[in-house]
Structures are given as structure tokens and as C-alpha cells.
Design a protein around this ligand. Structure first.
Ligand code: ATP
Length: 364
């Protein structure tokens, strides 16, 4: 049982700063996802936690103990990478048993744990098979089992599912979550796939350009993104954003949507926040899932494309910078060329400062 504390962690490669002053607390037994686009510094952070890279500044603490100078093998971490590290000349059984043998575990106990892990990961029929003959999917499952079987206090996984096929990825998301629940390890999981982070993690640390943007539960980062980057990165499709200018009216504070020739009302607590912040140019944001269509009123927008994806339909509306999407159930009686009256659920409205991208906090 271990907590991980990153304290003002910085990593520079020559003149380039890959990670800027990162502070993060991973709680005991927590599943933390590091999420962000390629190059944002996820793997660099992970490699420093594992002890493969040294920080340029700052500290990494396990249960309050500074890991600076503690060798990788002595940190009690298990890790799995995108490219499975399996001994292909060994059988599945021997691969699973390897770490336990190295630790001098008695053979009866090794057998018990290998059988249990194989059962858990549905590898039992393959135990005697040479690993060289396994598919990529099974190899990655074996790699996860091989690291998990020694029950490390901290389990680090860096994009472990990016090479497996989509159907298997969905299965493994569930299995990994079960695995972590069973062993109660502190888990850090690197991914650029927001769906993986949203479905598995207890909390998500969203990163961009070496800067930690937001840490929160999946619902916190989905519902209340701290800025436009998080609003866009979380959710598929991401949050809708319409540029506008704030204007007082007899109906309270409105967002004048400029090119659309329309305006959108603001809920009282957001209007108060916007007045406090003193901003004028804003982005009016709302999730595509929090939209309904009315016969009149709302924001009138032309339908440009109707995308039917099984149980849901994505309706594309508007053009260019003023384009939005609505995710609805399958019974949408609209086709391209129609005009839709988009009504945003009032508690789904989010407002951002157009200049900084920061979310405007609600007041009251
Ligand atoms: P990806 O999923 O593409 O690996 P990432 O978020 O894990 O993305 P990192 O691998 O941590 O990103 O890399 C962060 C930045 O640091 C990138 O711009 C990368 O090119 C740079 N970088 C990483 N390792 C080194 C290195 N050894 N020398 C120089 N630059 C590096």
C-alpha cells in the first residue's frame, strides 16, 4: 500500500523542458490515469516514477520517502509498456512464474499464484504453450499478468493497450480494472485515449505541453473542465464551443453569438462569475449530449450532416468556428439542410475566457 507524491517535478532534456513543475498526489490504492496528447510528458513522468529517468528538479515520494537515488529495482514498482516484454523462448507458465522465482518464492506457492493468475486472465488453456506462438493480444495480457503476479505496491502501465485490437482493448479495460480492484495496488496508467481514462481511472490527471492542466474524477473533468483544452480533450466529441461577446440586457447577461446573429442566456451563477471576472470576449461551451431540439427558440442553426452510429446520432450544425455537434438518440427526424433550434440544458452551460481559455467560475 503506497502513496505517490510528485513534488514540483521538472524534467529538462537540454534546453527543452518536457515537464514543468508537476505536483500530483496519487492516493493509496488509487487508479490514476495520466492523460494527454502525444508529447505532453506522460511517459517522462512515468519513467521518473519508475526510476528510469532522474528529475531535473523536484522530488518523488513513496509513502513520504524520497526516491531520489533509489534504484529502479528497489522501488517496488511493476510496469507494463506498449511493447510487451515477454521471454518468447519460455512457456506462458514460465513467463508468469519468472518474477516469483527471481524473488525466491517456494515452488508450491509459485504454482498456486500462476494457476490463479492464469485463471484470472483466461490464460489457463495456454499455460504450456511457447510464448513465441501467441497473438499480440495474448502477449500483452501475459505481460500484464507477469508484472501483476509479484503484487508490486505500485503498478505502472504505459499505453499497454495501444497495440491490441479494438475489441480486445474493450475486454482488457474491464479486466485491468478488476485486477486493480483485486490487488488494491496504487496504479498509474498512461494513455492518450480519453475513453480508457474515463472508463478505468478513479481520477484523471490531464496534461498538455508538459503542464498538468487538471486532476479530478472522470465526471469532474467531464462536467467542469478548468479550461478549453480539457473541455475539448475529454469527451468524444469534445465540448461544443461558440465564440461570443458578453452583453447586458433586460434578460440579464447574454452571450452575443456574433456571426450567428443570435444570443444565448446565461444561468445566474455563471453570469455573476463572468461579471466578477470582468471578461467580455468569451467562449460559450456545452456538451453535445446536453442538447435538445425545439420547434422554435434556442439557437437556430443549419443542419450540415447527420451521422448515425447505431444507438446514437450525431447531428452536425453550423459552419467553421461556429460549428457544433449534438449527440441524440436514434430517432432524429432531421436531415441536412433543415434548420434546428438548439436548446442547451441550463445546467450544462459553461463559459470560458476567450483570451486565456480558462473556465469562468460560477458564483453563488
Ligand atoms: P507519447 O505518447 O508520444 O510518448 P508522451 O506524453 O508520453 O507522448 P513524452 O514521451 O514524455 O511524451 O515526451 C515529452 C517530450 O519530451 C516530447 O517532446 C519528447 O520528444 C521529449 N523527450 C522525451 N524523451 C526525450 C529524450 N530522451 N531526449 C530529448 N527529448 C525527449
Amino acid at each position: 500500500m503506497t502513496t505517490i507524491h510528485l513534488d514540483n517535478l521538472v524534467k529538462r532534456f537540454g534546453a527543452f523542458t518536457a515537464l514543468k513543475a508537476m505536483d500530483l498526489e496519487v492516493r493509496d490504492g488509487e487508479f490514476m490515469a495520466l492523460l494527454g496528447p502525444s508529447g505532453c510528458g506522460k511517459s517522462t513522468t512515468m519513467n521518473m516514477i519508475a526510476g528510469m529517468e532522474n528529475p531535473s528538479e523536484g522530488r518523488i515520494l513513496f509513502d513520504g520517502k524520497d526516491m531520489n537515488g533509489v534504484a529502479m529495482g528497489r522501488r517496488g514498482v511493476g510496469f507494463v509498456f506498449q511493447n510487451y516484454a515477454i521471454f518468447t523462448h519460455m512457456s506462458v507458465y514460465d513467463n508468469l512464474a519468472y518474477g516469483l522465482k527471481m524473488r525466491g518464492v517456494a515452488s508450491a506457492e509459485i504454482n498456486r499464484r500462476v494457476v490463479a493468475m492464469a485463471d484470472f486472465l483466461q490464460l489457463t488453456p495456454l499455460l504450456k504453450q511457447p510464448s513465441a506462438k501467441l497473438s499480440v493480444n495474448i502477449l500483452q495480457r501475459l505481460a500484464i499478468g507477469r508484472s501483476a503476479i509479484v503484487e508490486p505496491a505500485i503498478f505502472l502501465l504505459d499505453e499497454p493497450l495501444s497495440n491490441v485490437d479494438a475489441a480486445f482493448r474493450a475486454v482488457m479495460r474491464t479486466e485491468l480494472k478488476h485486477l486493480q480492484r483485486q490487488f488494491r495496488q496504487t496504479m498509474v496508467y498512461v494513455t492518450h485515449d480519453q475513453l480508457e481514462a474515463m472508463t478505468m481511472a478513479d481520477r484523471i490527471a490531464v496534461m498538455d505541453h508538459g503542464v498538468l492542466q487538471q486532476v479530478g474524477t472522470p465526471l469532474q473533468v467531464y462536467n467542469d473542465p478548468v479550461n478549453l483544452f480539457v473541455a475539448d480533450f475529454i469527451g468524444a466529441p469534445g465540448m461544443n464551443r461558440l465564440k461570443g461577446t458578453l452583453a447586458e440586457s433586460d434578460r440579464g447577461l447574454l452571450v452575443d453569438l456574433g456571426p450567428l446573429g443570435q444570443s444565448a442566456p446565461l444561468p445566474q451563477e455563471i453570469a455573476e462569475g463572468a461579471r466578477n471576472a470582468g471578461v467580455r470576449e468569451v467562449v460559450y461551451g456545452f456538451r453535445p449530449e446536453r442538447v435538445t431540439f425545439a420547434d422554435q427558440g434556442g439557437i437556430a442553426m443549419p443542419v450540415t450532416f447527420v451521422e448515425r452510429i447505431g444507438a446514437r446520432t450525431i447531428v452536425h450544425l453550423g459552419f467553421g468556428e461556429q460549428a457544433v455537434k449534438a449527440v441524440l438518440d436514434n430517432n432524429v427526424g432531421l436531415a441536412a439542410g433543415a434548420v434546428a433550434h438548439v436548446v442547451v440544458e441550463p445546467d450544462a452551460v459553461r463559459l470560458f475566457d476567450a483570451a486565456s481559455g480558462a473556465a469562468i467560475q460560477k458564483v453563488g
